[in-house]
Design a protein around this ligand. Structure first.
Ligand SMILES: C[S@@+](CC[C@H](N)C(=O)[O-])C[C@H]1O[C@@H](n2cnc3c(N)ncnc32)[C@H](O)[C@@H]1O
Length: 504
């Protein structure tokens, strides 16, 4: 597509929007941002004030289960489509609109989407990367979450079983896996979750959350009210976690894009696609923020914690596995939220000097257990003894953390764990500084790794992490924390010896 064809598609898209009743402020325009690797975007042509409306979209423009050609031609399918997940139904609706209808009402919209213009829109979502390209993203854990298998499972479930055989949509008989992937990834990177105001008008004020929608793995918690929708023009806005200056909000049965800040003439108008770190932005949307997302974090996988406590702190591997089993059991059997699960596959360490509480909790539990293990061997305990020891330690740590305390061994353990994780990152990432302007896949890998590495590094600043406005931890001697536990578990209170595991 030449520059003039690209502009022609934009012009026809705008004309179509206006004819469909979309009102667009004269202070904004769609701009060709291909030179910045951003496709199209919306730009201010005049100064705009906070709360000004940039455009208003009537219901008729929004493509969703409420408004589409498939159901207007085949209304008897409504119930069956509604019974599917909102992902599945929108995929079918969109495939029908794009591939079965040469004259779809939304055809001018499709012309400005990657689905019709593969020349100007490269699909860089991780789903489309080769194994070799993905290898450059290691050690990021994002490579384990690409979701290609689950996408293929959905394709195999829908085609031909559901779509052709059950629903009888023969027009979609020939849909290939490739076409399915391109529609599914379009939904992933362009769709919005909007409240279905027609169902419950009282929700109007809460708003079409109208945020860029989540992916198929995290299907809406509140499926009653949120529907997945393609929202033309609203999805022309690019996103930036730090420059976010406009949001989509409901207004009766319409949707409005509203400035949430003053915007200067010439500035780009940015939406937000939720609070994602760079790795997740790359996975879902195929780009990265070169100077890092506001919501970046690095992750500490459980095996790093395991290696630390088994290789350096004297807990045997087998004991470690048994402790983990007990910790999971405590969470499974625990009453209410008091006994939360602290065994995760990985633990987030945020760029802004915050770590998830589960990381603090599990390191504190294992710190106390390793100090108990020096005298009372965990590996010599039977199942019951180990359970009650771990349980007492768990409860002690819960109380400690709740009252703003950690023990002295916590920080060295925490530090070494983070440092071990950081050592997994390649040297060129460690030594690089921001500033890449290229957007090739290998450069994006570097940027993601740097985002993660920087987040981990920030979390090494323990003063900021454990002594901040949200919580100031005091550090107490190990013995003080373990003495009650040792008394309860190992002292001879009734004359019989409970010191089976004591060192001789
Ligand atoms: C909802 S669309 C935004 C409109 C898009 N630029 C277009 O021309 O159709 C989301 C896609 O836009 C691109 N995008 C959004 N924000 C971006 C940014 N800050 N930098 C680079 N590309 C961005 C990515 O390709 C993403 O998958």
């Amino acid at each position: 597509m030449s520059a003039s064809e690209f502009d022609k598609a934009t012009t026809e898209f705008i004309e179509w929007l206006r004819n469909d009743g979309v009102e667009i402020s004269p202070k904004v325009k769609i701009q060709d941002l291909r030179s910045q690797n951003q496709g199209r975007g919306l730009v201010a042509t005049e100064d705009i004030e906070e709360e000004e409306t940039l455009f208003t979209l009537p219901e008729s423009t929004i493509l969703s289960i409420k408004n589409n050609t498939l159901l207007s031609q085949k209304p008897h399918l409504r119930e069956s489509l509604e019974a599917l997940s909102s992902w599945e139904s929108l995929i079918i609706i969109l495939l029908y609109e794009v591939y079965a209808l040469p004259d779809s009402k939304w055809k001018h919209y499709f012309e400005v989407l990657p689905i019709r213009d593969s020349e100007n829109y490269k699909s860089d979502q991780l789903m489309f990367w080769s194994e070799e390209e993905l290898a450059h993203l290691k050690p990021s854990l994002i490579v384990d979450r690409i979701g290609r298998e689950s996408a293929e499972e959905m394709y195999n479930k829908l085609f031909p079983g559901v779509v052709v055989e059950k629903l009888g949509i023969n027009e979609l008989n020939e849909v290939t896996l490739e076409q399915y992937h391109s529609v599914a990834s379009l939904i992933m990177s362009y769709s919005f979750d909007v409240f279905d105001v027609s169902k419950d008008p009282e929700n109007e004020q809460n708003g079409a959350d109208a945020s860029e929608s989540d992916d198929e793995d995290d299907e809406d918690d509140d499926d009653r009210e949120l529907i997945k929708a393609m929202v033309p023009l609203a999805d022309t806005l690019n996103a930036d976690t730090k420059l976010h200056n406009a949001s989509l909000t409901p207004s009766g049965s319409e949707l409005r894009m509203v400035a949430i800040k003053n915007i200067k003439k010439g500035d780009q108008i940015y939406n937000t696609y939720s609070d994602h770190p760079n790795s997740e932005i790359l996975r879902r949307y195929g780009y990265v923020e070169s100077d890092g997302s506001k919501y970046d974090f690095g992750e500490v996988p459980l095996h790093i914690i395991e290696n630390h406590f088994t290789e350096k702190m004297g807990i045997k591997s087998d004991s470690f596995d048994r402790i983990i089993t007990v910790l999971k059991k405590i969470a499974d059997e625990g009453e209410a939220e008091d006994y939360q699960n602290i065994v995760l596959d990985s633990y987030d360490c945020f760029k802004d000097y915050e770590v998830i509480i589960e990381l603090t909790f599990i390191i504190q539990v294992l710190s106390l257990l390793s100090s108990i293990n020096q005298k009372y061997f965990l590996h010599q305990m039977n199942e019951h003894e180990l359970y009650s020891t771990v349980f007492l330690v768990y409860k002690k740590c819960y109380k400690l953390i709740e009252s703003g305390k950690l023990t002295n061994s916590f920080i060295p353990n925490y530090r070494e764990i983070l440092e071990s994780r950081m050592q997994e990152y390649p040297l060129d990432v460690i030594n690089s500084t921001s500033g890449e302007t290229d957007s090739g896949r290998s450069v994006m890998c570097k940027i993601v790794l740097r985002s993660e590495y920087t987040s981990l590094k920030n979390c090494l600043e323990v003063e900021k992490v454990f002594n901040n406005e949200f919580g100031k931890f005091k550090f107490i001697a190990e013995e003080k924390a373990t003495e009650d536990i040792i008394k309860k578990r190992f002292s001879d209170t009734d004359g019989s010896s409970k010191k089976k595991s004591k060192k001789h």
